[in-house]
Design a protein around this ligand. Structure first.
Ligand code: FAD
Length: 566
């Protein structure tokens, strides 16, 4: 199928095609689940459209712990199938996108009174290795107290009994999702952000498409499709309600907050997965110039469109860090940024947030709407396969065409992929040198290689056109050019939050570059002065939320549904 465009400048053409053709499949939701489904469907020959009401990955898929991991918790819940599936998927997703899914060694300290004792941790992670086919150096290693302290000297020695050193993968969830949608588009899918499904259309009692509102202009149009999948994450019940099929199982949303501190304040050598006083476990993850820590897990009933971190959330995380890393003494003054996301879990009576299953579920309504909820970023590919298999099973009753079997296991999520982690590390080193030569901090070499892979070459070339600017501004302007022309950036937040992750991991850079970024976005995207003002105001709100801690959650009326906020 013909490759479509991922340039924001081609949005009008995309929207025209969306309303003039009939699609085999319409996917609602541009998170990891929806974009994964679009890629699977398009690569099997289905004529596929995807619409996202805000930006790709603007829901849960930019707010996770950013790990591609098997999840020890599933083992504890004796969900062997899920351990096996996510465990195996980790290696596949790493192979498909090695620049954005990198191996990460984890240390799990074993402490007096902690969740796992030495033998339980040893046995559990051994089973985990076997189920997930982990080989060689990546197999779990048991450490004694001294070895654990050598791996991570910041740990408190008092109640430390030992540790387990094991392997997972770290990612950038938003960038992974962007690569997924770009790859889906390369395989012929049509995709548009800022297009919200406001209603469904039906004929003979079956769903035949959706009424969509362009959130940038307010225009409404119809998309016709033979099958419709709702991959709306935390909003999926709203879509099921529109279809009049919200019966039986429902979502139970839980909020997860992460805080970000400068790496020099909490200079971990490795990711640490540690016990917190209430019996849960959380991660502290070094990343570039920062370390981020999370997550909380609390039932959430407030505003879905503006989820914020409260004082209590930040205190919970800081107390947890301070209890196991006795010399760190985190306070509010140390916090650089934060994010808060919602887990779209399936409600189970009597279970606490942490006990709820992370397994995905598929609902097919009497009028044919297919909805998917739950699951993990890590399992996006298998979830997509299950959905498209289901769609094709339905098609086999009516369509005479033959479709291919799932082949996403072999589709790289980059046009010019790096071969493996070794190639990624070599490329990081190369870009670190080039960054220094260009007058940038070494950090930007690591950042460019792990955010964009070899696509960084186009950005570095473009920098030559901005020699009148400082190196930092020239880099930001080159990224604006790249992400507008290749990654469907339509709003300032798309750039600062999802494409570059600067709001979370490099917030200190925003002040210096934002004037030039806004000016370029205005020029490329033809913004009026009024629109520019709105973008500047909305970005200020995002900066406020990332750096402030609310007394309580925001109630729904405070943020308007679909408002240009994030
Ligand atoms: P989303 O990313 O929320 O996407 C749904 C999209 O649908 C949204 O972008 C939304 O705007 C859009 N939408 C909704 N309604 C409409 C409409 N009417 N029209 C058009 N579009 C619409 N998983 C892991 O594997 N590893 C982790 O480390 C991890 N950590 C996590 C930590 C936290 C705190 C949380 C909250 C989750 C974590 N997860 C993790 C889970 C993972 O992030 C989610 O399972 C995954 O991102 C869900 O993706 P999704 O596409 O289903 O939902």
């Amino acid at each position: 199928m013909k490759s479509q465009s991922t340039s924001s400048l081609h949005r009008p053409t995309t929207l025209t095609t969306l309303q003039t053709e009939t699609f085999d499949l319409l996917v609602i939701g541009g998170g990891a689940t929806g974009t994964g489904i679009a890629l699977d469907a398009a690569s099997r020959g289905l004529k596929t459209a995807l619409v996202e009401k805000r930006d790709f990955a603007s829901g849960t898929s930019s707010k996770s712990t950013k790990l591609i991991h098997g999840g020890l918790r599933y083992l504890q819940q004796l969900d062997i199938g899920l351990v096996r599936e996510t465990g195996t998927e980790r290696a596949i997703v790493h192979r498909l996108a090695p620049h954005v899914v990198l191996p990460e060694k984890m240390l799990m300290p074993i402490v007096e009174g902690g969740k796992y004792g030495y033998w339980m941790a040893s046995f559990g992670l051994k089973v985990y290795d076997i189920l997930a086919n982990v080989e060689g150096d990546d197999r779990r290693k048991m450490l004694n107290k001294e070895e654990s302290l050598a791996k991570e000297p910041l740990l408190g020695a008092d109640n430390l009994k030992g540790g387990v050193f094991y392997a997972e993968y770290r990612t950038d969830d938003a960038r992974l999702t962007i690569e997924l949608i770009k790859t889906a588009v390369r395989h012929g899918a049509l995709a548009a952000n800022y297009c919200k499904v406001v209603d469904f259309t039906y004929a003979d009692g079956q769903v035949t498409g959706a009424v969509v509102q362009d959130e940038l202009t307010g225009d409404q149009f119809e998309i016709k499709a033979k099958k419709v999948v709702a991959a709306g994450g935390p909003w999926v019940d709203k879509l099921r309600k529109k279809d009049d099929s919200l019966k039986g199982k429902r979502l139970h949303l839980t909020k997860g907050v992460h805080i970000v501190v400068p790496h020099e304040k909490f200079s971990l050598k490795h990711t640490v997965y540690f016990d917190v006083p209430d019996g849960r476990m959380i991660f502290a993850i070094p990343r570039g110039r920062t370390t981020y820590i999370g997550t909380t897990d609390t039932t959430y009933k407030a505003d879905l469109n503006r989820v914020v971190a409260t004082k209590a959330d930040a205190e919970y995380i800081m107390n947890s860090v301070n209890s196991i890393f006795p010399n760190i003494n985190l306070t509010f003054d140390d916090l650089e940024s934060n994010w808060a996301g919602l887990r779209p879990l399936i409600h189970e009576d009597g279970k606490s947030p942490s006990e709820l299953s992370r397994k995905d579920e598929i609902f097919v309504s009497p009028r044919g709407l297919i909805a998917i909820a739950g699951g993990k970023l890590t399992g996006y590919r298998k979830m997509a396969q299950r959905i498209v298999d289901l769609v094709l099973k339905e098609f086999s009753k009516t369509e005479k065409r033959a479709f291919q079997a799932c082949r996403t296991k072999d589709i790289f999520l980059n046009e010019d992929p790096l071969a493996n982690s070794k190639a990624v590390y070599t490329y990081i080193a190369e870009l670190e040198n080039r960054a220094i030569q260009l007058g940038l901090k070494k950090y930007y070499g690591w950042y460019l290689a792990t955010a964009y892979g070899k696509q960084a070459e186009a950005i570095l070339d473009k920098m030559n056109e901005f020699t009148d600017n400082t190196p930092d501004v020239a880099l930001a302007r080159a990224e604006v050019w790249f992400t507008v022309h290749h990654e469907m950036v339509n709003r300032a937040a798309d750039f600062f939050v999802r494409r570059t992750g600067r709001l979370y991991f490099d917030i200190v850079s925003i002040d210096d570059i934002q004037e030039a970024v806004f000016a370029d976005l205005q020029q490329y995207l033809g913004w009026s002065e009024k629109r520019l003002k709105q973008e500047v105001g909305d970005m200020a709100n995002l900066l406020f939320d990332a750096t402030n801690y609310y007394e309580e959650e925001l109630a729904p009326p405070l943020a308007v549904e679909g408002a240009l906020i994030a």
